[in-house]
Ligand binder design. Structure first.
Ligand SMILES: NC(=O)c1ccc[n+]([C@@H]2O[C@H](COP(=O)([O-])OP(=O)(O)OC[C@H]3O[C@@H](n4cnc5c(N)ncnc54)[C@H](O)[C@@H]3O)[C@@H](O)[C@H]2O)c1
Length: 403
């Protein structure tokens, strides 16, 4: 596999040890990335004075692919969650968390489900305030949940497309629309409408979140793909990890149209950090998902990778322009149709600029050069070269700009 550049954030607590183990495993398999190591979380506060340095953001912006260890978020006051900030910064709207029985002999033998959690909206938007009443500065607290039609539609569509691409049979829409009639109600309404578009291809049902939590421990094999809002997905995926042996075995991928960040579901586990007992499997599986996404991990990692990201035709991603899921394009890439349209527009702009500037140059050359054969030939060649180079440069710039 050619070495693709990717950002690496080792993280806090057990992050460095599980990341080191993962890098060793990748190296032993001969599958490594060209890592750009950056800081995040408390390690970044120590090194750069901020939990999310610009250098880290710039690196992810450039590589668009990142393996991240867990990052500590102080409970209560202090810094805002870096994880949430990263998901919002790169619009990583789909959090894919597979749960599959890997180690036999546990409580459940045949768990194989994927939780797809909306990653940018809901109660995690950061509208969380306390209010002063009398002398008590924190007498009252309020959190706001934001659910949009667009956000619900794209995550529901992602879940059904995911199910279709990965040979899954059913998508369960999980909500609390009986109580949260506006927010959860909108999510359910939109997701059900999306489900109708897949009728006959992917089965669907819906469940209230509390019932889902109980059904998960009673009969987890009834679930295939679950799609839900941010907070419910966060809680249910930890619960699901508990079914297969714990958080140490649960990887997650944060997918957006322009970047993807892979990480273990668990946190920085300060209670066991530095003791050498942390299970690195979740981080290794996150790296396996990352490799599968780029088509390099099939041979060796497929048997332990719960998510077959790529098939023979390559991984599928939404086109960054029209949103259509297309096999074989990179994250942030364009489908064939949008590429054609973009090329045509870029060529038109380049032609206009090249013709305009070349005409001015040609008039200038004709006006100033002596009426002598060699000078005329040199002048004509310069004008021609000017046209060609201007066309190529402007086309390149226009292509980037139009993207
Ligand atoms: N994506 C992330 O970076 C992420 C996710 C969750 C929590 N956090 C942060 O992590 C910190 C600690 O959170 P927490 O204690 O609630 O959750 P945690 O996931 O760190 O730990 C929960 C329990 O699971 C155990 N555990 C976790 N990972 C393990 C592993 N690989 N092997 C063995 N045991 C493991 C821990 O020892 C602990 O008992 C907090 O600051 C929190 O905000 C970060």
């Amino acid at each position: 596999m050619s070495e693709r550049e990717a950002t690496l954030i080792a993280g806090d607590g057990i992050g460095p040890e599980i990341t080191q183990a993962t890098l060793s495993a990748l190296a032993a398999l001969g599958m490594t990335f060209d890592w750009d190591e950056q800081f995040g979380g408390m390690a970044a506060v120590e090194n750069a004075g901020t939990p999310l340095p610009n250098a880290t953001l710039d690196s992810i912006r450039r590589t668009r692919l990142c393996l991240k260890g867990p990052l500590t978020t102080p409970v209560g006051g202090g810094y805002r969650s870096v994880n949430v900030a990263l998901r919002q910064e790169f619009d990583l709207y789909a959090n894919v968390r597979p749960t599959k029985t890997i180690v036999p002999g546990g409580r459940y033998e045949h768990v194989d489900l994927v939780i797809i959690r909306e990653n940018t909206e809901g109660l995690y938007v950061g509208l969380d305030h306390t209010f002063k009443i009398g002398a008590d500065r924190r007498a009252m607290a309020q959190a706001m949940s934001i659910v949009t039609r667009e956000g619900s539609e794209r995550i529901a569509k992602y879940a059904f497309e995911y199910a279709k691409l990965h040979g899954r049979k059913k998508v369960t829409i999980v909500h609390k629309a009986n109580i949260l009639k506006a927010t959860s109600g909108l999510f359910l309404e939109v997701a059900k409408r999306v489900a109708e578009q897949y009728a006959g291809v992917i089965a669907s049902d819906d469940k209230i979140v509390d019932n889902t939590a109980m059904q998960l421990v009673i009969r987890p094999e009834q679930f295939d793909v679950i799609v839900t809002t941010n907070l419910f997905g966060d809680i249910l995926s930890d619960e699901a990890a508990g079914l297969i042996g714990g958080l140490g075995l649960a990887p997650g991928a944060n997918i957006g149209t322009h970047a993807a960040i892979f990480e273990p579901v668990h946190g920085s586990a300060p209670d066991i950090a530095g003791k050498g007992i942390a299970n690195p499997s979740a981080q290794m599986l996150a790296a396996a998902m990352m490799l599968d996404l780029w088509g390099g991990g099939e041979v060796l990692l497929r048997p332990i990778s719960p998510v077959p990201w790529s098939s023979g035709s390559g991984p599928s991603h939404p086109c960054a322009k029209c949103g259509e899921y297309t096999a074989g394009i990179a994250i942030g890439g364009l489908c064939a149709n949008c590429t054609r349209v973009l090329e045509r527009r870029a060529s038109r702009i380049a032609r206009l600029v090249a013709i305009g500037t070349t005409a001015v140059l040609a008039v200038y050359v004709a006006w100033t050069l002596p009426v002598e054969r060699t000078a005329r030939l040199v002048g004509a060649a310069s004008v021609l070269l000017w046209y060609v180079f201007t066309f190529l440069i402007v086309k390149r710039v226009a292509r980037e700009w139009l993207k």
